[in-house]
Design a protein around this ligand. Structure first.
Ligand code: SF4
Length: 78
C-alpha cells in the first residue's frame, strides 16, 4: 500500500493520527508526519483515516489491485 497526503490540503485536524496512530502523527500543532509505505496490517486503519479526513487529503493506492475507493461503503464490494 502506498499513501500520499496532500499537505497543501491538510488542515491539521489530526483525525488520521487519532484513527491510525502507527501511520500518522502530528508534529507540533499543524504539521503532519506519516509513513508513505504503511504496512498491509495497517490497511483498515488507513482506510478509516482516509475516510475520516475532513478535507479528503489522504490518497491511498494499492498497487497490486484495481484502484480502490476509500469512501465508506464501497470497500469489500468485489
Ligand atoms: S485528518 Fe486530514 S486534515 Fe487532518 S491531519 Fe490528517 S490529513 Fe491532515
Amino acid at each position: 500500500m502506498r499513501l500520499v497526503v496532500d499537505l497543501n490540503r491538510c488542515q491539521g485536524y489530526a483525525q488520521c493520527a487519532f484513527l491510525a496512530p502507527d501511520v500518522f502523527a502530528m508534529h507540533g500543532e499543524e504539521s503532519l508526519l506519516y509513513n508513505p509505505h504503511a504496512d498491509e496490517a495497517q490497511r483498515e486503519q488507513v482506510r478509516r483515516a482516509a475516510t475520516a479526513c475532513p478535507v479528503q487529503a489522504i490518497l491511498v493506492e494499492y498497487p497490486q489491485e484495481a484502484p480502490a475507493a476509500v469512501e465508506e461503503g464501497l470497500s469489500g464490494v468485489r
